[in-house]
Design a protein around this ligand. Structure first.
Ligand code: FCB
Length: 465
């Protein structure tokens, strides 16, 4: 892991796992194929919650074009591919008997990846709850946690041995907050008092799945969860702003980190939520269940949030300031140091849990140039600057085992629809969904090949090769 003066290469440890990530509802399409059931995102799109409507959910048509996408992965040379399984393909109505066709799709995908030495890293829940379960209360109903455990166990039995990395949930904070407080995500509810309840059931379902995994999964496979971990910072050192940022940090970050890694919710936010909204419906044994030891934690980092105290905000008593510096097409501030802050913070406050950065990436307004190629120097700079911060964290002794770029390809960015382009592959949604490798694709291929990042400068090479 040496930094060479001559070629200005920032080297990563041997065995560092380089990957890219996607999620089923963002790429698969094929909504009516092979018996897939309705998901909460289908219903949400039908009701106008997604820019571009239901048609946008056809996304990258990956369900039909998966072999082409696997070929791109092999070309990229990554050691791992993180994707999610669509629960409504495996259990179209949320329970009962699994649908063989859904299981077979993921079996074929896993086999093709293994054949090309790309390790599958599977997320079980990346936000596409079967609508039938939502009709029975969704994550606000504790029963959904047990249905999730059955679904997880089915996948462990079916694919267990060939999937070295399993993730129960993707960013439970986002499910609880955007899905149930702001209503920007499916199921589109604006019921802030459900936050703690939904978050708790998601974590209970995680604990149940981890226990099932320990019984079922073969040696060699590991299990964890991925968390949305953005620093929440005060706008000033005024005590009210500092308190607001601390509260936001407790709700966004510590709520999940403490429950999973310390075995309890933070007392401050618990009191706060209980007073203003509603606390989590904790039953005896839940704390231990949620804190069931995991093998790794997935860190998902894109930006930070700066808070100004605002007593009128019911949820956290603060409002978010607009970013001061440059932003991505999401309007998210580009703040690479935050990745270092998050990684070192987990190490400092929660001990030596193995970490993977399971998502990191940026949306920009990419477009093919006259030469037909897609030049995306901003994405290259974004990724490089974040890798530098990851490297700093490694040097500081943090146990980071790998990084997955979000995303392999442009895809459905949830309610925003198809025009927030995060991919290393450009997807031409208007013309047959053709994939065009962007300049960042070639750049990342070099990172993977060299297990190192070339730094700009006389000997570092350009970023738009
Ligand atoms: C994360 C999500 C992922 C993607 C990126 C941009 O919060 O996990 O699906 O939408 O944001």
């Amino acid at each position: 892991m040496a930094e060479s003066d001559t070629c200005r290469l920032l080297g990563f440890p041997d065995g560092f796992l380089w990957g890219v990530a996607t999620a089923a509802p963002q790429i698969e399409g094929g909504l009516d194929l092979d018996g897939r059931g309705e998901s909460i995102w289908d219903r949400f799109a039908r009701r106008g919650g997604v820019a571009g409507g239901l048609g946008a959910l056809e996304a990258c048509d990956h369900y039909r074009r998966w072999e082409e996408d696997v070929a791109h992965l092999a070309d990229l040379g990554v050691g791992a591919y993180r994707f999610s399984v669509a629960w409504p393909r495996v259990f179209p109505t949320g329970g009962g008997r699994p649908d063989r066709r859904g299981l077979d799709f993921y079996r074929r995908l896993v086999d093709a990846l293994v054949k090309r030495a790309v390790r599958p890293a599977v997320t079980l829940y990346h936000w596409d709850l079967p609508q039938a379960l939502q009709d029975r209360g969704g994550w606000a109903n504790r029963d959904t946690a047990y249905r999730f455990c059955d679904y997880a166990a089915t996948l462990f039995r079916h694919l267990g041995a060939d999937v070295p990395l399993w993730m129960t949930h993707n960013e439970p904070f986002v499910v609880a907050y955007l899905g149930h407080v702001t209503g920007e995500h499916a199921p589109g509810l604006r019921r802030p008092w459900l936050f703690a309840r939904v978050a708790h059931h998601l974590l209970v379902s995680h604990g149940l799945a981890v226990r099932a995994f320990r019984q079922l999964a073969p040696a060699g496979s590991r299990i964890g969860i991925t968390l949305f971990l953005w620093p929440q910072q005060p706008a000033s050192d005024r005590p009210a702003d500092v308190a607001a940022a601390r509260r936001a940090d407790a709700a966004v970050n510590r709520w999940f980190l403490d429950a999973l890694l310390k075995g309890d919710y933070p007392a401050d936010v618990r009191r706060y939520l209980a007073r203003r909204l509603a606390g989590p419906p904790v039953r005896p044994g839940d704390a231990e269940l949620i804190a069931e030891p995991i093998d790794f934690l997935g860190v998902q980092y894109y930006s930070r949030v700066v808070h100004r105290a605002d007593p009128w905000n019911l949820f956290q008593g603060s409002r978010q300031l607009p970013p001061a510096g440059p932003t991505t097409a999401m309007g998210w501030e580009i703040y690479p140091e935050g990745l270092y802050e998050v990684l070192t913070r987990i190490h400092r406050d929660y001990g030596p849990v193995p970490l993977y950065v399971t998502e990191c990436g940026a949306a920009f307004d990419d477009r093919p140039a006259a030469d037909g190629r897609v030049h995306d120097p901003q994405r290259v700079a974004y990724l490089r600057d974040h890798l530098v911060q990851l490297h700093r964290a490694l040097t500081a002794g943090v146990d980071v085992r790998g990084l997955f770029v979000w995303s392999l390809m442009d895809n459905l960015e949830w309610h925003h629809g198809l025009d927030r382009r995060f991919g290393l592959l450009y997807v031409d949604f208007d013309h047959g969904r053709r994939r065009i490798p962007k300049a960042s694709f070639a750049w990342f291929r070099e990172v993977v090949r060299q297990n190192a990042v070339a730094m700009p400068g006389p000997a570092g090479g350009g970023e738009d090769e």
